[in-house]
Design a protein around this ligand. Structure first.
Ligand code: ADP
Ligand code: DP6
Ligand code: CO
Length: 324
């Protein structure tokens, strides 16, 4: 018998072409493909230990006992897939703010997928893990892999998974996360995108342009064209936030400091510093830049934000097991 326990680490990822809407809520199939960068700075460590004596799953997040329906449902999917029917004790530590738009659900479900299947003595390929992680949180599909990653939209469970993008850029890319507010958001990603799909009059426009954005950004990557790459990412992000503004009821993730951060980046561009921003379902802005320009950008941002709120991330690795 295996020892029924495993610990995995997965890193968060930030989308450059966003996933913002499901065509199948149960399978978590996205309305469009997406592209992301996995980050070294932010990650989740999760230990899963099955015990035949447990009557339900027990979940601890950062040491606190939580009742989490999403997690319980996900563990049922794991049990169905592995055929291993015990409940588990799950201990997870987020080295990233939880539910603040820094993609904790991505690292969380990627780490849980590897830990929960390994503890059940199943050893899946990364593609299989990517499909499984998708059932917990869409963005987790991509956190199975490191670096630049594409989530292929797909039409069913089998065909919707992520794969690493082999790119040959000379950018040495960085993302500066400007932490404006690390508290949990009021509108979760799940409910925000659902409201948008159901009510935004602009949603058709999103879907019909998302795949072009995706192809264009891949072309920019393959041509080593950082300027186009950044511009496409920034534009795609703002389009996503425009959907939120146009939903009923409308909502948004902007704080005054988020707008300041965007303006600083735009002003830097006017001074010919190559940088762009992207924002997810939370007020924290991420600045995309080359390592060469990092210090100039940080020096400017320091005038507006405390320096310990400026967190620099580089490309990070895919999911892996840790020694227990
Ligand atoms: P984020 O921007 O952080 O991804 P989401 O709204 O997408 O925010 O997801 C936040 C939710 O993800 C939490 O409410 C919780 O349900 C889940 N989550 C976050 N971290 C963990 C974790 N380490 N283990 C399990 N679930 C987690
Ligand atoms: C704005 O993957 O967190 O970060 O699938 O409902 O769990 P669920 O949502 P989630 O949504 C992420 C939205 C985003 C864009 C992205 O990561 O592509
Ligand atoms: Co999320």
């Amino acid at each position: 018998m295996a020892d029924l326990q495993a610990t995995a680490r997965a890193h968060t990822n930030i989308a450059l072409i966003k996933y913002w809407g499901k065509k199948d809520k149960n399978l978590i199939l996205p309305m469009n493909g997406s592209i992301s960068l996995t980050l070294d700075k932010f990650y989740t460590d999760t230990t899963v230990e099955y015990s035949p004596s447990l009557k339900k799953d027990h979940f601890f997040l950062n040491g606190q006992n939580k009742n989490d329906q999403k997690l319980a449902k996900f563990m049922d999917i794991v049990r169905q897939k592995t055929g291993f029917n015990s409940y588990a004790s799950i201990n997870s530590i987020n080295h990233v703010p939880t539910a603040a738009g820094l993609a904790s659900s991505a690292s969380a479900y990627a780490a849980l997928s590897l830990a929960a299947t390994t503890a059940a003595n199943k050893h899946y390929t990364k593609t299989e893990l990517s499909r499984l992680a998708r059932r917990g949180s869409g963005s987790a599909t991509r956190s199975i892999f490191g670096g630049f990653v594409e989530w292929i939209e797909g039409q069913d469970d089998e065909s919707s998974y992520a794969k690493p993008l082999r790119v040959n850029t000379d950018w040495d890319i960085r993302m500066i996360a400007i932490v404006v507010d690390s508290k949990p958001k009021k509108v979760s990603s799940r409910s925000g995108m659902q409201t948008v799909v159901a009510t935004s009059p602009f949603y058709k426009g999103w879907v019909s342009t998302a795949n072009k954005d995706l192809n264009d950004i891949k072309e920019a990557l393959s041509k080593n064209d950082f300027q186009s790459f950044g511009q496409i990412a920034e534009n795609n992000s703002l389009k996503m936030h425009a959907l939120n503004l146009s939903a009923t009821p409308h909502f948004n993730y902007f704080e005054p400091e988020s707008l300041i951060a965007m303006r600083v980046v735009e002003n830097l561009r006017e001074k010919k510093v190559n940088c762009y921003y992207t924002m997810d379902a939370g007020p924290n802005v991420k600045v995309i830049c080359k390592n060469n320009d990092l210090n100039v950008i940080l020096d400017e941002l320091c005038h507006y934000f405390p320096s310990d709120h400026l967190l620099v991330a580089a490309p990070g690795p895919g999911v892996k097991l840790l020694d227990n």
